[in-house]
Design a protein around this ligand. Structure first.
Ligand code: FDA
Length: 491
């Protein structure tokens, strides 16, 4: 067993970890980044698509774990997508160098300023809308689809139909920016380059076109020469030492998940960016097994960002449905946020099944009226989530209202094809909170009661942000790390 010394360790290479790594490396700091998933680009293994799931499609599972249609068997491999099961909710997360950016839909949405102010009353919203949000949109390479291409491309029939139907039902639609390079997509449509979004690649990774973090923040951080990324290194627990340094116990695994070595890292400064569930797992487990001190607010103020899936069957069956060819990259949304009775935003989501199923899929994002709590169950040595139907009751009401209004105006039925009763209350892509900025941490992400431990990821956001969250996670991380560096926390 070896102990590796490092001044600064970051655990996790998603948005929070990638931002922290870049800004620290630019400031001349040496950083080791531990990531439990694979460095796909370095490994040179291609990602698989939805229709032929292979190595990248699931984290060490024998069967695929997409939200629908899991008919495919797999040989367990350290894939990009994982699903965490709790009593009333399943949470999907990304694994690999780039975290969630490898598997997500790339929707790069800036929250509504009024809601951002409501969620973060202590932050200077002007500074965020004038500086941090524009900064991260540039770093993440956010762009917008060309309207003419959208109009002409058969792969966006689902969006055109979705928008027409929404207008007919009296809803307002918006164009949704994305990190997928739409100029690349136009070229793939013309068959000038290999296809990716137009070849059903997304939740198991994109081989081309998508500007995931390995192509943006992490690439820039590596170019400084100050960053070392250790992939397939899973942090198990952390320990606070008498001199206020930290020891991180990790398992180095192979791509079948077998432990190759137990490795111990020792650092003065530790940044947890393991994603909401990963960071909570590390903090709560370390607290349980070796008394890592944690603030009583850790685990509290957790939410699913109002995620609520629903769908409609028999969508224009006589006029070609939603299209047999579908891009995996969503570009349309319905904005009903200002409706005081039924406030929601919904993505007009693709359902690229390789055939026309005349089905429309929607991922609603609602307010979270009732927050949940994450704890650690000693007996099962696993996270536990206090979350049940009462937490999603209002979300379901909104989904019912939405589907009813759409069907009344356009025809169609509640989707029994996708969900048991037409609703997917238990599907969560956006776990947020549990280590909330200014509650469990100080104003810049330092964990309360600690001098050298920081949390920088989705767990800082109190369970809701009203839109898809990665632009906000990235902006908050930029804000925090800038202040931490300026306060000389890392000298
Ligand atoms: P993130 O989860 O990105 O990264 C954490 C990293 O830490 C992971 O790589 C993980 O493997 C690693 N890790 C965890 N525990 C560890 C341990 N113990 N040791 C070592 N490493 C560890 N959002 C959005 O804005 N637009 C969108 O279109 C979508 N679409 C979408 C689709 C799907 C299918 C999913 C699953 C998610 C989305 N999201 C999304 C959500 C978005 O991807 C998510 O909010 C962010 O990735 C969260 O960023 P974080 O930095 O918090 O962690």
């Amino acid at each position: 067993e070896e102990t590796i010394e490092a001044p600064i360790i970051i655990i996790g290479s998603g948005y929070g970890g990638a931002v922290s790594a870049l800004r620290l490396c630019e400031a001349g700091k040496k950083v080791i980044l531990l990531e439990m998933g694979l460095h796909w680009e370095k490994a040179g293994i291609p990602y698989s698509n939805l229709l032929k799931p292979g190595k990248s499609s699931a984290w060490l599972k024998k069967k695929t774990i997409a939200p629908f249609m899991n008919i495919f068997s797999l040989t367990p491999f350290t894939g990009t997508l994982d699903r965490l099961e709790f009593d009333n909710i399943s949470i999907w997360v990304g694994r690999g160098v780039g975290g969630g950016s490898l598997v997500n839909g790339g929707m790069a949405v800036t929250p509504k300023e009024s809601y951002f102010r409501e969620v973060f009353p202590d932050l200077d919203s002007e500074k965020f809308y004038n500086h941090y949000f524009p900064l991260v949109r540039e770093e993440l390479k956010v762009n917008v689809i060309d309207e003419q291409f959208l109009k002409d491309c058969p792969y966006y029939k689902f969006t055109r139909v979705g928008e027409e139907e929404a207008h007919k039902a009296g809803f307002k639609t918006i164009r949704v920016p994305n990190v997928y390079d739409f100029k690349y997509m136009e070229k793939e449509y013309r068959n000038e380059v290999p296809r990716s979004a137009l070849n059903t690649e997304v939740i198991y990774g994109n081989n081309y076109g998508k500007n995931s973090l390995d192509k943006t923040y992490l690439k820039k951080a590596l170019e400084t020469g100050n960053l070392e990324i250790l992939d397939l290194h899973k942090a198990d627990h952390i320990q606070l030492n008498d001199d206020k340094s930290y020891t991180v116990t990790t398992q180095h695994i192979n791509t079948s998940g077998q432990v190759l070595a137990h490795k111990t890292f020792h650092c003065k400064k530790l940044i947890l960016s393991a994603g909401t569930m990963g960071t909570l797992q590390l903090l709560l487990k370390s607290n349980t097994i070796n008394n890592l001190p944690i603030d009583e607010k850790v685990g509290k103020n957790w939410g699913n960002n109002g995620n609520f899936m629903t769908g409609r069957n028999w969508v224009r069956p006589l006029s070609g449905g939603t299209g047999s060819k579908q891009s995996t990259i969503p570009v349309g949304g319905i904005d009903n946020w200002e409706d005081p009775e039924h406030a929601f935003f919904t993505e007009i989501a693709p359902l690229p099944m390789g055939m026309d199923v005349a089905t429309a899929l929607y991922l609603l994002i609602n307010r979270v009226d009732k927050k949940g709590e994450v704890t650690f169950d000693k007996t099962n040595q696993a996270l536990q989530l206090n979350w049940n139907e009462s937490h999603t009751a209002k979300m379901k009401e909104n989904a019912k209202y939405f589907v009813r209004k759409m069907n009344n105006a356009n025809g169609g039925t509640r989707s029994h094809f996708l969900f048991n009763n037409g609703f997917g209350a238990d599907i969560c892509y956006h776990p947020l909170g549990g280590c909330v900025l200014g509650e469990a941490t100080d104003a810049f992400g330092k964990l309360k009661g600690h001098e050298n431990l920081y949390v920088l990821d989705g767990s800082l956001i109190p369970g809701t942000i009203g839109v898809n969250p990665f632009v906000t996670i990235t902006a908050i991380a930029e804000y925090c790390i800038e202040h931490l560096i300026n306060q000389n926390e890392f000298t």
